[in-house]
Design a protein around this ligand. Structure first.
Ligand code: F0G
Length: 463
C-alpha cells in the first residue's frame, strides 16, 4: 500500500470507546474549599474534586480490550509465571535488551540500578535531572551533573531535538571527575523536565562513541522512548520511512540497559522494569530485586499486570497509536498558543508546559509561580495540572539551598487514550481564562516541606 493509503489525514485515534467513566463537575465555591484544604498543592486534591485530570500521564492511561483480556490470563504463581516469560519476550523483541528484572514501577528500577553501580563520590552525568532518578542517584552517594544542551533551559528556543546531550560538556565532566568516578551516563528519551523534548539518534550514537572512548556504560531512561522514536521518525533525516518500532530498537541498541516506568509508554496502570545486557550485572540485579521488590520473576507486579504490560508494549510501538498520542498533545499545545499563552516550544511528547515565569513576571521564584498557576487553573475549571519548577527541583543535597531551575513550568500532561478533543478544547479555554487573570496573582508561601521529593506533599498558603 502507498503512503497515502496507509496514512490517515488527521491524527484521529485508531480506536473507539467501549467503556466510559463518568466525570464530576464542581462549583467554584467547592473548588476554593478543595484547593485550600489541599494546601494549594494539586497532588493533595482528591481525584473526585477534579474534572479533567492532567496531573500526569503516569499510570493514568486506558487499557485496550486486549489488555483487559490479558488480565484474565494472569499466572499468579510466586515463581516462574508465564506472564513473566511473555513480558521478557516483549521487552526483548521491542527494546532489544537481553535480561529483564521486573519492578513495581520506574523508581524501583532506578533504586536497584543506583544501588548496584553508584559509590560515594561518584558523578552521574545526564541530560537534565528527573526527580526520582536524581534522588536515587544521590541516596546512593552520587552527584548528578546536568549535561543537556543549554537551549533546553530556554522555553522559547525551537529546536527539533532539544533533549540532546551537550557532548563537549559531557566529555568535560568525564575528564574532570575521571572515568573511574562515572558509574554510567544517564540518558533520558524524551526529557520530561525539559518539556518532553526528544534526543536525536545522531546524538545518542555520539554519546555511545564517547562512552566507548572512556569505557563507560550508557543507561537509558526509556520511560517515554517510544514518543522519542516517533519524533525521530518525524524530524530526523533518514528515518521517515522506518517504523517507530525499528527506530526504538536502534535507539536502545546504543545503550547498555534501561530503567523503565511502564506506566507511561507501556499503557498500564502499574509496573516497570530494569533491563540489562551484561550477564554479571543481571545476576546482581536479579539477586537485589528479591530484597526490595519481589522475586526476580515478578518484582512487585502481579502476573496479570505483567501480561497487561506485555500486550501494552506491543500496542505502544504501533505507528498509528503513537501518532494519535503525540497528535493530541500537539493539538492542545497549538490551541493554547492561539490564545497567546506562553508555552515551552516545541510542543513535547506527553504534555504541554506553560511558562509560569513569563505568565507571572511579578512573582519571584521564592513565591512559587508555577505552583500558583497550577492552583489558579484548578480554581478556574477543575483542570488539574502539575508544578514543574522550583518546588519540584527541591534543595541542593550539599548546601540545603533551593535549586532554582531556569524552567518554571506548569505541566498539562495528557493520559493516553483517555480524553477527547472536546476535553482538550475545554482545557485550552481554561488556561486562557487563568492567563487573562494573570495580573491578580500574588504567589504562595510554603508552610510544610517534606524531606524527600517535596513537591508531592508540600503545603502552601496564599501570600
Ligand atoms: N523517569 C521519568 C522520565 C519519569 O517521568 C518517571 C515518572 C520516572 C522515571 C519514575 O517512574 O513513576 O514509575 O516510578 N514520572 C511521573 C510523572 C511520576 O508524572 O512524570 P515511576
Amino acid at each position: 500500500m502507498s503512503d497515502a493509503e496507509t496514512r490517515r489525514r488527521s491524527w484521529a485515534e485508531p480506536w473507539k470507546i467501549k467503556v466510559v467513566e463518568p466525570l464530576k463537575m464542581t462549583t467554584r465555591a467547592q473548588r476554593e474549599e478543595a484547593i485550600a484544604s489541599a494546601g494549594y498543592n494539586t497532588f493533595l486534591l482528591r481525584s473526585e474534586e477534579v474534572y479533567i485530570d492532567l496531573l500526569t500521564d503516569s499510570g493514568t492511561s486506558a487499557m485496550s480490550d486486549r489488555q483487559w483480556a490479558g488480565m484474565m490470563l494472569g499466572d499468579e504463581a510466586y515463581a516462574g509465571s508465564k506472564n513473566f516469560e511473555n513480558l521478557s519476550e516483549a521487552v526483548a523483541k521491542y527494546y532489544g535488551y537481553r535480561y529483564l528484572v521486573p519492578t513495581h514501577q520506574g523508581r524501583g528500577a532506578e533504586h536497584l540500578l543506583s544501588k548496584m553501580l553508584i559509590r560515594a563520590g561518584d558523578v552521574v552525568p545526564g541530560n537534565m535531572y528527573f526527580t526520582t532518578t536524581r534522588l536515587h542517584q544521590e541516596l546512593a552517594g552520587g552527584t548528578f551533573v546536568d549535561v543537556i544542551i543549554p537551549e533546553a533551559h530556554d522555553p522559547n528556543v525551537e529546536l527539533p531535538f532539544k533533549g540532546n546531550v551537550d557532548l563537549a560538556k559531557l566529555e568535560e565532566v568525564i575528564t574532570t571527575a575521571g572515568p573511574a568516578r562515572i558509574p554510567y551516563i544517564s540518558l533520558a528519551a524524551t526529557v520530561n523536565m525539559a518539556g518532553g523534548q526528544p534526543v536525536s539518534m545522531e546524538n545518542v550514537r555520539r554519546v555511545r562513541a564517547l562512552a566507548d572512548q572512556y569505557g563507560l556504560r550508557v543507561m537509558l531512561d526509556a520511560t517515554r522512548a517510544v514518543e522519542n522514536a516517533y519524533f525521530i521518525q518525524r524530524r530526523e533525516a533518514g528515518y521517515a520511512e522506518k517504523t517507530v518500532a525499528a527506530i526504538l530498537r536502534e535507539l536502545c541498541s546504543y545503550t547498555d540497559g534501561c530503567t523503565m516506568s511502564g506506566k507511561k509508554d507501556g499503557l498500564v496502570n502499574i509496573g516497570g522494569w530494569l533491563s540489562l545486557n551484561d550477564a554479571a550485572l543481571y545476576e546482581e540485579a536479579s539477586n537485589l530485586v528479591v530484597v526490595y521488590e519481589g522475586l526476580h520473576t515478578y518484582g512487585g507486579m502481579s502476573g496479570r499486570d505483567m501480561e497487561a504490560m506485555a500486550i501494552g508494549i506491543a500496542e505502544s510501538v504501533q505507528d498509528d497509536h503513537i501518532r494519535a498520542r503525540v497528535g493530541q498533545v500537539e493539538y492542545l499545545g497549538r490551541k493554547i498558543m492561539e490564545y497567546g499563552v506562553p508555552i515551552v516550544k516545541p510542543i513535547g511528547g506527553h504534555a504541554v508546559y506553560l511558562d509560569a515565569r513569563a505568565i507571572y513576571p511579578q512573582l519571584t521564584q521564592d513565591e512559587f509561580p508555577a505552583q500558583t498557576l497550577a492552583a489558579a487553573l484548578y480554581l478556574d475549571s477543575g483542570v488539574r495540572a502539575m508544578e514543574r519548577g522550583v518546588v519540584s527541583a527541591g534543595r541542593d543535597a550539599k548546601t540545603g539551598e533551593h535549586h532554582y531551575p531556569k524552567l518554571e513550568l506548569v505541566r498539562l500532561t495528557i493520559p493516553r487514550r483517555v480524553y477527547t478533543q472536546a476535553h482538550m478544547d475545554v482545557t485550552a479555554e481554561s488556561v486562557a481564562a487563568a492567563y487573562d487573570a494573570r495580573a491578580g496573582a500574588r504567589g504562595l508561601r510554603m508552610v510544610h516541606e517534606p524531606k524527600y521529593l517535596r513537591f508531592f506533599q508540600a503545603r502552601f498558603e496564599p501570600l
